[in-house]
Design a binder for this molecule. Structure first.
Ligand code: DC
Length: 249
């Protein structure tokens, strides 16, 4: 018997936030598989908008005052019209924008470097927030991918803004050193000093930029903090499963 059959979870919404490298995507996907839920990676949606904006020739790296407002406005329009097919199967996260498979392209360092420009655009955030809420609501109905079992949604503002009334809300944190080492291993296959330095911009600078629009370092009222700094992946998953089981009881 699979875990999903052992743990039927009617209309469960699990919201997970946390900084880069805290492990929330891995934990979110595993949690969704364990409970038979859909999985929504909202960071990938911001990355998809960044990819689409670059594809359309928007000068995302140009911060000169003469162009900032028009680029931001164009980015918001693209976010509202984004032709993204949202993958909800935690075991098969394939992102298709406008007929192009962008699964690998949205993880490149070119996109990681400019995505905060998209994520700090409040009109983009408003557009994606509405999409995310619609997907979450749909997953609690029988017509959803999960057949109404529910969804795990992860990002930076899910516990606070997108789904503050989620059944279970988790803030997954880890110390900066642990997060840098994990991302360096992911990106470069090693966590030596050079790899950690090369990763620093993508973790520390990006989180600092992103923190100007979302609070994801301190848990809001009712949000359970899980610190994975000294835990292995299986230990973190086990702790997250316990939090979900307690929260939905
Ligand atoms: O988790 P990630 O690295 O894939 O996120 C990509 C970017 O989107 C990152 O700059 C943070 C931002 N983001 C956000 O602002 N709000 C979310 N709900 C999810 C991601």
């Amino acid at each position: 018997m699979s875990l999903s059959q052992e743990r039927p979870a009617q209309g469960l919404v699990v919201a997970i936030d946390g900084p880069s490298g805290s492990g929330k995507s891995t934990i979110g996907r595993h949690l969704a598989s364990s409970f038979g839920l859909a999985y929504l990676d909202t960071g990938a949606m911001y990355r998809a908008v960044a990819w689409y904006a670059r594809e359309r020739g928007l000068a995302l790296a140009d911060t000169s005052p003469a162009v900032v407002a028009s680029v931001d406005q164009a980015a918001a329009e693209l976010a509202r019209a984004l032709p993204l097919v949202e993958p909800l199967d935690p075991e098969e996260q394939v992102f298709v924008v406008d007929g192009t498979d962008v699964t690998a392209a949205i993880r490149t360092s070119e996109i990681s470097t400019v995505v905060s420009r998209i994520a700090t655009n409040l009109a983009v955030r408003a557009a994606l927030r509405e999409r995310q809420r619609a997907i979450i609501a749909h997953e609690t109905t029988p017509q959803g991918w999960s057949g109404g079992r529910g969804i795990v949604a992860e990002g930076r503002d899910i516990t606070t803004v997108v789904a503050p009334d989620a059944t279970v809300r988790i803030l997954l944190v880890a110390g900066e050193e642990a997060r840098l080492a994990r991302r360096a291993a992911e990106l470069f296959g090693a966590a030596d000093e050079a790899a950690i330095e090369a990763t620093r911009d993508q973790v520390v600078r990006r989180d600092a930029d992103d923190a100007t629009v979302s609070e994801f370092h301190v848990a809001a009222d009712g949000v359970v903090t899980l610190d994975s700094s000294t835990l292995t992946l299986p230990e973190t998953l086990e702790a997250a499963i316990r939090i979900v089981e307690q929260g939905r009881a």
